[in-house]
Ligand binder design. Structure first.
Ligand SMILES: Cc1cc2nc3c(=O)[nH]c(=O)nc-3n(C[C@H](O)[C@H](O)[C@H](O)COP(=O)(O)O)c2cc1C
Length: 336
């Protein structure tokens, strides 16, 4: 069964196909972006539960632009040591670990003095109208992504995930709803992402995952076919596509949020491109998780809230499909 099979993506060798997707835990109470004891236990527990790839929550690359004031950050060298402890914990149990690099742009709810966007258009009514980024600030943020990747590399992460989804800054640039600029970043809505990828890739060839909102489910926005055209342009530089959806504007197309509701997007992208995909979204049962892979809709499966409820989800799947040999010695008696 594929869920139990190893896979290699670029140089990243994973022992199985279960992914913990990035999930902000809002546990940085000092608002300084440093890893706390909470994060160490939280990620360590999923490594003990044999998750193949852990993707650490959205981590702010700039001195502004966190999703919230309580997020992890990586804009200073001082953040490296704490992050390296998460890496150590994952590696102790043979899990691989990536970090999600993000700038929240106009969707930031942090107490930063300024919230930027590609254009001065707010996302949701409860958020402020953002300050339109100057070309100079855009270039600075691209450098921030590059520096963040360097720091993540120093911390020992096995891979990086660029957050291009859920209405955060990169997604804001990609969407005609939030990007009405008249300069080159508006003419070519992919340019900001392309330059971030180039900046990171100029440093090293570490496995690069791109998280996308494949469809905005809004008649004014882009759809999955537009996204596939975007992806064709960057495909040569990315190793894996993490397929989510929405988050930039309220949908005005019908979407039924049900188990596996985003899997068709992963399937479509996987069929059109040659890059491995991660499917995500309400994949909570052993059957649903396994079937995504058996039916070739994706190469990996990410389970978010289910891994919050049960850090030993992988062991549950192993038991269900009679692979008790995969259960680590320390928990063996619980799965007999
Ligand atoms: C508490 C929480 C925090 C989240 N934070 C992030 C995040 O930091 N970055 C991100 O790309 N997605 C984030 N997400 C979305 C998840 O990665 C995932 O795509 C979503 O929960 C759907 O998967 P699930 O149904 O398996 O939970 C978050 C979700 C939850 C529940």
């Amino acid at each position: 069964m594929k869920i139990f099979d190893p896979i290699t993506i670029n140089q990243l060798e994973l022992k199985n196909r279960l992914v913990m997707p990035p999930m902000c835990m809002y546990q940085v109470f000092k608002k300084d972006g440093f890893v706390t004891d909470f994060h160490k236990s939280h990620y360590h527990a999923r490594a003990m539960g044999e998750v193949g790839l852990i993707i650490v929550e959205s981590t702010g690359v700039s001195s502004e632009g966190r999703i919230s004031s309580y997020d992890l950050r990586i804009y200073s060298d001082d953040h490296i040591t704490g992050l390296s402890e998460l890496v150590k914990a994952a590696h102790t149990h043979g899990s691989k670990i990536a970090i999600q690099l993000n700038h929240a742009g106009r969707k930031s709810t942090s107490d930063d003095p300024v919230h930027y966007g590609p254009s001065a258009i707010r996302s949701y009514d409860y958020l402020d109208v953002p300050t339109e980024l100057s070309i100079h600030e855009i270039k600075r943020i691209i450098q921030d992504f590059k520096m963040a990747a360097q720091r993540a590399n120093k911390a020992g992460f096995d891979a990086f995930e660029i957050h291009g989804a859920h209405g955060y800054l990169i997604h804001q640039f990609l969407s005609p709803i939030s990007n009405i600029r008249e300069d080159e970043y508006g003419q070519n809505k992919l340019l900001f992402l392309q330059q971030i990828i180039e900046a990171i890739k100029s440093e090293f060839d570490k496995t690069l995952i791109l998280r996308i909102s494949a469809d905005e489910f809004n008649t004014e926005g882009y759809d999955v076919n537009d996204m596939i055209n975007y992806l064709r342009e960057v495909e040569k530089d990315i190793d894996c596509i993490h397929v989510s959806s929405g988050g930039n504007v309220r949908p005005n197309k019908e979407i039924v949020v049900q188990p596996g509701y985003q899997v068709f997007l992963s399937d479509k992208i996987k069929n059109k491109l040659n890059t491995p995909t991660i499917a995500v979204g309400l994949l909570n049962t052993e059957e649903d998780i396994v079937n995504v892979l058996e039916n070739d809709h994706a190469d990996l499966v990410a389970c978010g809230r289910e891994l919050l409820r049960d850090s030993n989800l992988y062991l549950r799947i192993a038991k269900k499909y009679d692979r008790k040999d995969l259960i680590p010695k320390y928990y063996e008696r619980a799965y007999r």
